[in-house]
Ligand binder design. Structure first.
Ligand SMILES: *[C@@H]1O[C@H](CO)[C@@H](O)[C@H](O)[C@H]1NC(C)=O
Ligand SMILES: *[C@@H]1O[C@H](CO)[C@@H](O)[C@H](O)[C@H]1NC(C)=O
Ligand SMILES: *[C@@H]1O[C@H](CO)[C@@H](O)[C@H](O)[C@H]1NC(C)=O
Ligand SMILES: *[C@@H]1O[C@H](CO)[C@@H](O)[C@H](O)[C@H]1NC(C)=O
Ligand SMILES: *[C@@H]1O[C@H](CO)[C@@H](O)[C@H](O)[C@H]1NC(C)=O
Length: 429
């Protein structure tokens, strides 16, 4: 499969279903090893406009700001233009706007994996394509492909992580690729490392597969049975050597840790090799693993040269009772976002979130958190669901009729929610 679009996913036997929904989630995951994200700050700093919060919180320090504040208050909508230091993307709502059109479709963009190509795979409803994320206090600029490419000029952007990162990477590539002439772009797909090149801009948008960030015996090829996976929680260098020299790094890791099993973890020098693992609770293993990653970043990355981002966990929607749809089957047939403010389901682990927040907080190298969890939590309507593939084949009609076993409520349709993640990433760049 080397050199084709898909990393090692070909052989994923289904029989692991015994482990229940978690294992199912995992299997689905396997089909989706993808990464994504990007960022770089230096060239085009966003220029903050009216900053309501700034005016409020630092009033004493500047009369100018107060004036600015007043100037902009005449409008009914007094949200200010997004400024990363002053506006949180976590607080907000999804607003329906039928005149909002995605910048691409799964027919126009040739780089979308069939796993995410919902419309091509038969999804008929289209409301899910017309929602915009509106932070409470500011407006998030729409994704502008031209600005994105200008920011990436002469740079390498690399998304590192799991299949959700791949989801985001493909979204980013599709968001920009349509404005690049055919002979000015290329795509090279590899098992662990894929590179999209925008030649005129001397820019690359890359994906590197490392589902746990740290090394494991299940990176390539993937071990389908989570029980066989063993992680080297103190070791990241085999992957990290591929991250050196990249200008904008965007990391994630989450769902692979959530198999529901304790994580077989190795560290230090075990005399008895792989047999020497200890089983740790997921949050404990995750903390050690993420710390290993953080130490690498702190000891290797020059923050004057490289921007580092971390995408928070992408929620899974395996349990419709979470959003009070008692008759639902996972995310199957959902066509509207959850509207209940602060909705939070069982597919987003708060403990893991706390680990991320604590570790990132203490790092020497500044890491920008792209906090997508809350906004994505609402979007039960936007997963691949049964409009996906299994072992390289579209779901059959029988499989589609059995969403309990076959609906993918982990990954997202493209175009779709990952476009909003990239909208945020671009706003931070
Ligand atoms: C909906 O989107 C259109 C097109 O981008 C825009 O002009 C309009 O202001 C939006 N409407 C609202 C209510 O945000
Ligand atoms: C292209 O970008 C790379 C870094 O991604 C840089 O090393 C190289 O000098 C650039 N080449 C030109 C011609 O700008
Ligand atoms: C980054 O740049 C600043 C200002 O130019 C300098 O003071 C600092 O030492 C640099 N940091 C590193 C790690 O090189
Ligand atoms: C899913 O939606 C379709 C079309 O609206 C409907 O025919 C079908 O009965 C629904 N299935 C379930 C299990 O609710
Ligand atoms: C992301 O936002 C949530 C609220 O939705 C917050 O609890 C969490 O701490 C944030 N995560 C990080 C890593 O900052």
């Amino acid at each position: 499969m080397v050199g084709t679009v898909k990393p090692p996913r070909g052989k994923l036997p289904l029989p692991i279903i015994i482990t229940g929904i978690c294992a199912l989630a995992f299997i689905t995951l396997l089909y989706t090893e993808r990464i994504s994200l990007l960022s770089s700050n230096t060239i085009f700093k966003l220029k903050p406009c009216a900053r309501r919060h700034a005016a409020k919180s630092v009033k004493s320090s500047s009369d100018d700001k107060t004036t600015e504040d007043n100037l902009f208050n005449y409008a009914a909508d007094d949200r200010f233009e997004f400024d990363p230091d002053e506006c949180s993307v976590v607080h907000g709502k999804w607003a329906f706007n039928s005149s909002v059109k995605p910048l691409y479709s799964d027919r126009t963009c040739p780089y979308i994996d069939r796993q995410f190509a919902c419309v091509k795979n038969g999804r008929l409803d289209s409301e899910y394509l017309h929602w915009e994320w509106q932070p409470d206090d500011c407006t998030l600029p729409r994704f502008n492909p031209k600005i994105a490419l200008q920011k990436l000029r002469g740079k390498r952007l690399m998304f590192v992580g799991d299949s959700l990162q791949r989801n985001q990477w493909e979204s980013f590539v599709c968001l920009v690729e349509s404005i690049i002439p055919k002979d000015q772009k290329s795509m090279r797909l590899g098992r662990s490392h894929s590179v999209f090149k925008a030649k005129g801009y001397n820019a690359t948008i890359e994906f590197y597969w490392a589902p746990f960030l740290v090394e494991s015996n299940s990176d390539i090829p993937i071990k389908v049975d989570p029980k066989e996976r063993i992680l080297r929680v103190d070791s990241v260098s085999k992957h990290a050597e591929h991250w050196i020299g990249v200008d904008i790094l965007v990391f994630n890791t989450y769902v692979w840790w959530m198999s529901g099993l304790r994580i077989k973890s190795l560290w230090g020098l075990f005399a008895n090799g792989e047999e020497g693992f200890e089983e740790l609770d997921a949050a404990v293993a995750y903390r050690i693993g993420l710390k290993t990653w953080a130490n690498w970043v702190d000891s290797t990355i020059d923050p004057n040269r490289t921007r580092v981002f971390f995408t928070t966990m992408s929620p899974t929607h395996q349990r419709s009772a979470d959003w009070n749809n008692k008759d639902g089957i996972k995310c199957y047939n959902e066509t509207k976002p959850v509207m209940k403010k602060w909705h939070w389901g069982t597919g987003s682990d708060k403990q893991i979130m706390t680990v991320v927040a604590n570790i990132v907080d203490k790092m020497k190298v500044p890491v920008t958190v792209i906090n997508i969890t809350q906004l994505s939590e609402y979007r039960v309507d936007a997963h691949s669901s049964v409009y996906t593939e299994l072992q390289g084949e579209l779901l059959t009609d029988e499989q589609k009729a059995d969403p309990l076993h076959y609906a993918d409520c982990i990954h997202w349709c493209l175009p779709g929610v990952p476009d909003t993640w990239n909208q945020i990433l671009l706003a931070y760049l």
